[in-house]
Design a protein around this ligand. Structure first.
Ligand code: AMP
Length: 111
């Protein structure tokens, strides 16, 4: 999508510290980390958020979810991690391109 920063990162038009990429997803470090390791895992296809998912996205989302542990381990998170996705204004979503935060690298506060 025109003007979407995560679409631009997915197309390598904007700089990011990429840790993993395949034909459907890309993972990179958050520019304002909230934990020692803070990654964003993003589908290359522009989907606004969980509320924007269609049934035909099932395979893509399954692939993304099945990749999270591998990506976390690639970033050194061998002892587990937290995954967050914010949806809409009620979830304080800032970037309207679906992404999953991976947080770890220290003992996280309980939710
Ligand atoms: P949210 O939409 O609330 O789940 O959060 C969006 C996240 O994207 C924030 O943690 C930002 O720090 C992060 N972010 C925004 N722009 C960039 C960028 N160009 N590169 C890396 N992270 C970004």
């Amino acid at each position: 999508m025109q003007g979407c920063i995560f679409c631009r990162i997915a197309r390598h038009e904007a700089v990011a510290r990429v840790v993993y990429e395949d034909d459907r997803i890309i993972a990179f470090h958050d520019r304002a980390p909230k934990a020692p390791t803070h990654l964003l895992v993003v589908p290359k296809q522009h989907i606004c958020n969980l509320a924007d998912l269609k049934s035909e996205d099932e395979g893509l989302i399954a692939h993304l979810m099945l990749s999270l542990d591998k990506i976390a381990r690639m970033a050194g998170l061998d002892n587990g991690f937290r995954t967050i996705t914010n949806t809409g204004p009620g979830g304080r979503q800032e970037v309207y391109h679906l992404h999953f935060h991976i947080l770890g690298g220290r003992r996280l506060p309980a939710l």
